[in-house]
Design a protein around this ligand. Structure first.
Ligand SMILES: [Fe+2]
Ligand SMILES: [Fe+2]
Length: 270
């Protein structure tokens, strides 16, 4: 089967005509789709997923990215999307799912992930993502004026840790039964995978562009399962790149341009 991987579609920035054109062009190129987050925003993510499902009528496995929570909260958006997927014939929200079998040899797992402020230099970083203004749980400002970095760091750590616990469990289960595991996540789980403009993100951006907790979990589980191969598909930094972290652990980061949604890769699953 052919699995088309996409990332950072940001369909809320795409005109209705261009969205239709993109979806029609993509439909026949694959038997199933994987999307690694940043699909729309909190207020239109459920409608956008319904639009994707109606257009493709094929399995769509996805996670959410930070933008998918903009102008809303992580908790309520995840809940709404989980409910939408639960009643849908084609949508699978991997963050709320377990191990998905794609073939007798290949399994798919996933989680949103989150940049967990543990790589690079969080304390010195002057990067203020819109996340910290537009997502309820991350709005940590002292009297509305200064970013409360310790409070924000605490939330970022918790989000990264929750993602890592999920991955530890599902990759362990998948690697024990399948020789090939594909993991979909929004945020690059290693600093070497946080590609930006053809190179690795610097210490100023890394706290916001990579998830150390998830990377550590992936490395641990794959070290214990040398018989299995893990391919990680991620996005978030919008810079295309690939890196081999270990003999059985490869990470591909998708390139993306606002208003130009595209297929990153068609993966043939055996
Ligand atoms: Fe994005
Ligand atoms: Fe993102």
């Amino acid at each position: 089967m052919r699995l088309a991987w996409m990332t950072d579609l940001h369909l809320n920035f795409v005109t209705p005509a261009d969205r239709r054109h993109f979806m029609e062009a993509a439909r026949d190129q694959a038997d199933a789709f994987a999307i690694s987050g940043d699909i729309a925003e909190s207020h239109d993510i459920v409608d956008t997923l319904a639009e994707i499902e109606a257009a493709w009528q094929k399995p769509v496995y996805f996670v959410l990215g930070n933008h998918d929570f903009y102008r809303g909260s992580i908790r309520t958006t995840r809940r709404a999307v989980t409910e939408e997927a639960a009643t849908s014939a084609f949508l699978t929200y991997l963050t709320a799912a377990g191990v998905v079998e794609l073939s007798s040899q290949t399994a798919l797992v996933g989680h949103d992930g989150w940049a967990d402020a543990r790589l690079g230099d969080y304390q010195a970083s002057d990067v203020i993502l819109n996340d910290y203004l537009l997502i309820e749980e991350l709005y940590k400002w002292d009297e509305g004026f200064e970013l409360d970095k310790p409070a924000l760091r605490q939330v970022l750590h918790e989000l990264g840790d929750a993602a890592a616990r999920h991955f530890e469990r599902v990759i362990e289960e998948a690697a024990a039964r399948y020789t090939s595991v594909i993991a979909v996540t929004h945020v690059p789980p290693f600093k070497q995978a946080a590609w930006y403009d053809g190179r690795q993100s610097d210490d100023n951006y890394l706290p916001h562009f990579a998830c150390k907790a998830v990377g550590d979990a992936m490395r641990r589980v794959m070290e214990a399962n040398p018989q299995s191969q893990l391919l990680v598909l991620c996005g978030h930094t919008h810079g295309r790149g690939e890196v081999q972290i270990a003999e059985n652990l490869r990470v591909v980061t998708g390139g993306a341009e606002y208003t130009r949604p595209e297929i990153q890769e068609i993966i043939s699953v055996e």
